[in-house]
Design a binder for this molecule. Sequence first.
Ligand code: ZN
Length: 170
Amino acid sequence: MEPLIQILKRAPNGLAQGWLYLPAKQPWQPDTLGQIIDVDTLPDDQIDEDEEPLIAAELGLVATLESAMIESIVASASQLAEPLTDELLLESFQYYYDYDAFLPYSGYQPPSLETWQQQRDRDFYDCLGQERIDQPCKNSTCQRGAIEGSVFCKVHHFEMIQHKPCPFSD
Ligand SMILES: [Zn+2]
């Protein structure tokens, strides 16, 4: 076991292959103890039925991110500040874990999950393209035209793919 901050600091020199296991209980601190474990190299009698190492369950650890990803996170963080601080390293790691994205800058506050979902929905809707005037939407009550590659208009195509009402019409 090794403090999280030490693992992050070692990342530029390359980490062992595997996943970083950290305590299930958050928040993680610089001195939180973790371990990189490569499940593929463990003998079968050290892995449970969920393909998780037995040692992780014993120590109350969960898989967080793959070591190659951690190397990328640290490389990305090092572009943000010179010199790279422990705080920024930890912030970058936590941000990626929470949002699946590289921290844009120190102190960045992401939009709420709800706002983020709305934005994703909007982006999806916008990328559906133009509705064709000469190809009516297959929904019999609908007056709109079908988009390219679909029998439905933007609204009904959205609802078919996303399995929820479409909040947009323009
Ligand atoms: Zn329609």
